[in-house]
Design a protein around this ligand. Structure first.
Ligand SMILES: [Zn+2]
Length: 132
């Protein structure tokens, strides 16, 4: 008998109301970048995002959004961050990869619709994302 080892495939599920909040937050901040902390659960590579937190001491500009991670309380429900790219490409920049936080990084590109959001791992590989 052949036992095929199941490939460890990660996926991200994003709640629709969370997507709507991300979208409106990014629109308010546009043309500056916005950044938010993703809250939820992770189980066997399946990441469910069901909440958002506005990071403390965040500073944003047209090309950079960040916050000092040392100010973050230790919280297991913090799964990563989402930030916007007002210029319109959802590819992670080198700065993004250097500042990677948590399990997943979501990037939403202008005009911040449901199809403008993408999930990335710490190496810049894309992760499957579903809005649920
Ligand atoms: Zn970025």
């Amino acid at each position: 008998m052949l036992f095929k080892k199941k490939k460890f495939e990660r996926s991200v599920s994003l709640k629709k109301d969370v997507m709507d909040s991300i979208s409106s937050y990014c629109k308010i901040k546009h043309p500056n970048e916005s950044i938010l902390i993703l809250k939820g659960k992770s189980k066997k590579g399946n990441i469910l995002i069901d909440g958002l937190v506005i990071p403390p001491f965040s500073h944003t500009g047209p090309t950079f959004a960040g916050f000092p991670q040392s100010f973050l309380p230790f919280d297991m429900s913090y799964l990563g961050i989402v930030h916007s790219h007002p210029s319109g490409s959802a590819e992670p920049s080198l700065t993004d990869l250097h500042n990677f936080f948590g399990l997943v990084s979501l990037i939403v590109q202008f005009p911040y619709a449901d199809e403008d959001i993408f999930a990335w791992d710490s190496k810049g590989n894309s992760i499957k994302l579903d809005i649920v």
